[in-house]
Design a protein around this ligand. Sequence first.
Ligand SMILES: [Zn+2]
Ligand SMILES: [Zn+2]
Length: 213
Amino acid sequence: MRYRVLPVTAFQQNCTLIWCDSTNEAALIDPGGEPARLLEAVAEEGLTLKKILLTHGHLDHVGATAELSQQQSLPIEGPHTADQYWIEALAQQAQMFGFAPVEGFTPDRWLEEGDKVALGELTLEVYHCPGHTPGHVIFYHPESRWAQVGDVLFKGSIGRTDFPGGNHQDLINAIQTKLFPLGDDVRFVPGHGPESTLGEERRTNPFVAGRAG
Ligand SMILES: [Zn+2]
Ligand SMILES: [Zn+2]
């Protein structure tokens, strides 16, 4: 497994280009915007784009989904169906965040806890981690000890829970019962900002430090 983090939009949202290094089949996780730049990276690495994966329905994470999916005939997997209302409200989200209007889309596959996502010879595990949004999922590759966690957990912080449908206790529970048990050595790409490890956050993140792992 290999990956390259490509921050996009004014929110510097981490879109991750992830690929199987035996087949060169790739996926874009959370293509929030700047589709041309994302495709450039795919071409630079010599990859074949196979699918789009979404952690949750916020505009800065899904903004380029419809365009890329149509243009490249890519299936969309994720998030959990509980985020459908965010995806249906993309027009209002664009207005709210001052983004140009974006096209709507319907995921080809809604994801649930325990689902697996195939990419070449890789299998990513899906965990449902509500709190930031009710349908937020994270993607985990056990062999690489690597996860993309969207807006659940950041280096030194956690996701906002003041949006409609957010729930602070759910978010803490998800971090404590689903992320930390994956192991201290697991490296993760958050939805925004620098990468970290689950162990570093368990020890030093003021919002969740000291909780059982
Ligand atoms: Zn978000
Ligand atoms: Zn975000």
